[in-house]
Design a protein around this ligand. Structure first.
Ligand code: BES
Ligand code: ZN
Ligand code: ZN
Length: 493
């Protein structure tokens, strides 16, 4: 889909169809030309309302306010109403006097995110027919919103939404089509496509050399061998280093602590953290953020078999800590333990891991919300405030000394599960904390995306299936860092 932004009035633009966002029931706005028809349809112009007038070729959508997520939601409803129609071009006006850049971005994101469809396994492809969306900067000259500024906003929003959809595609792909090796190929493609991006793939031998005993154990029973994927984006003179670590369990059967059938369905999504980390890196490179960015992914399959790792095993992680395995379904933390040790060798300024780590996180905050954990309140606050702009939902879960003690083991340094059934999202994060060096404690954030990574029904502008959880949080966060940096430079100048 192509987006263009022009200075003409909406009425002067030629397009097959027009979208009109009605804000908080304002049916007297100049863009509303069908008030009577809308009243007949009882369309009030409130959030989640849509009215398609085929003869007029207009789609009206309601939004309760100019809030970015209201706008994203509204345009996603509009595009979904007509995506199977014969229309190929659409036009839409932006309210120039209300945060025009923010609104332009929200329109682009809402349309790109909302029009995604997962077609890979459908005989009849159900793609969106819309080829061009023209955004009108009506009254532009009076309000002096630079056209180039607006074009840059569109390009940025399109990158962020496109890479989010790329993550959805990876997560939705079935386990046999996205084995650790195939996931590694996806990473290599990113490096091929983008200058400034390099890709390193470590196989089992590399993992042996690196003494990744925990990660290796998880992948041992699978026909598909594990891979350590490491993507790096390096701009000239980076001002900080961000390392994103992703859980890439391409299928989680639970291992010998086998999941019951109904819980196993959808465990193809256990690579959600990996897909997010890859998309964050791709997005960062395309946005040309002034930071060095790494994506480190532990890719493996948690399966059963004669060679499987077992409850009762004691594993040795890369940092030398011994781990008593009491449940092979708590495998993500084992993979991440070694990947986090590896990640810290690159001396990050910020270390973020993304993982579909615990069902307990979903119990705690619900399906739609990412659990945010870490030692630094400032860091948690900064990532959560970027998240709220991105439209992704987050909730903070607090650490405490008592929960940490529940991971004690009588035979090893630590157990891979807590001795209590409560607080499982936090105890999983506190397990990871054992692999964070003292000097990095305040630099580390853990995002548990077990809920939003994959939901089997539509929600907002997200389709049933994968949502690309974590991608927009982290890209908005990187962009906010960049803005802070340039404001700082401006002040100094
Ligand atoms: N991949 C799962 C977590 C998960 C659950 C993700 C539901 C998405 C939706 C993880 O590996 C797991 O199985 N965790 C166990 C941990 C338990 C054994 C301590 C869980 O949450 O039940
Ligand atoms: Zn598991
Ligand atoms: Zn898992």
């Amino acid at each position: 889909m192509k987006f263009e932004i022009i200075e003409k009035k909406v009425e002067e633009i030629h397009a097959d169809c027009e979208f009109i966002i009605v804000i908080d029931g304002d049916l007297d706005h100049k863009w509303v030309q069908d008030k009577e028809d809308l009243e007949t349809l009882s369309f009030e112009g409130k959030t989640e309302e849509v009215a398609f007038l085929p003869h007029q070729h207009r789609v009206y959508v309601g939004a309760d306010s100019f809030d970015r997520d209201e706008i994203r939601l509204a345009v996603s409803y509009a595009i979904n109403t007509i995506k199977k129609s014969k229309y190929k071009t659409v036009k839409i006006g932006i309210y120039i006097d209300k945060c025009p850049v923010t609104n332009t971005k929200a329109i682009v994101e809402g349309i790109v995110l909302g029009s995604y469809t997962f077609n890979k396994y459908k005989t009849e492809k159900n793609s969106c027919n819309i080829k061009t969306v023209t955004i009108s900067l009506e009254d532009y000259s009076e309000k002096k919103l630079g056209l180039s500024h607006a074009q840059k906003a569109i390009a940025e929003a399109q990158i962020i939404a496109d890479v989010t959809n790329d993550a959805k595609e990876i997560v939705n792909s079935v386990p046999d089509d996205m084995t650790p090796e195939k996931l590694a190929c996806e990473a290599e493609e990113i490096a091929k496509e983008l200058e400034n991006v390099e890709c390193f793939i470590g196989d089992e031998n590399f993992m042996e050399e690196q003494k990744m005993g925990a990660f290796l154990a998880v992948g041992r029973a699978s026909e598909h061998k594990p891979r350590l994927i490491h993507l790096t984006y390096k701009p000239k003179n980076p001002s900080a280093k961000f390392v994103f670590v992703g859980k890439g369990v391409t299928y989680d059967s639970g291992g010998l602590s086998l999941k019951p059938s109904e819980h196993m369905v959808s465990m193809k999504a256990d690579k959600g953290g990996a897909a997010a980390a890859m998309s964050i890196l791709k997005g960062a490179a395309k946005l040309e953020v002034p930071f060095e960015v790494h994506a480190i992914i532990g890719a493996c399959e948690n399966m059963i078999g004669g060679n499987a790792y077992k409850p009762d095993d004691v594993l040795v992680a890369k940092n030398g800590k011994t781990i008593e395995v009491r449940n092979t379904d708590a495998e993500g933390r084992l993979v991440l333990a070694d990947c986090l040790c590896y990640a810290q060798e690159f001396k990050p300024d910020y270390l973020v891991d993304l993982a579909t780590l615990t069902g307990a996180c979903v119990v705690a905050v619900g399906d739609y919300t990412t659990g945010v954990m870490g030692h630094s309140s400032a860091l948690k606050h900064s990532i959560m405030s970027s998240a709220s702009k991105s439209g992704e939902l987050t909730g903070s879960l607090p650490f405490n000394r008592y929960l940490k003690k529940l991971l004690k083991s009588s035979v090893a340094d630590i157990s891979n599960i807590s001795s209590s059934r409560y607080g499982g999202a936090i105890t999983a994060a506190l397990f990871l904390d054992n692999f964070i060096k003292e000097e990095n404690k305040e630099k580390w954030i853990h995002l548990d995306i077990a809920g939003p990574a994959f939901i089997e029904k539509d929600w907002g502008y997200n389709q049933a299936g994968a949502s690309g959880a974590g991608v927009r949080i982290c890209l908005y966060w990187l962009k906010d860092h960049q803005h802070k940096l340039s404001n700082h430079h401006k002040k100094e100048a």
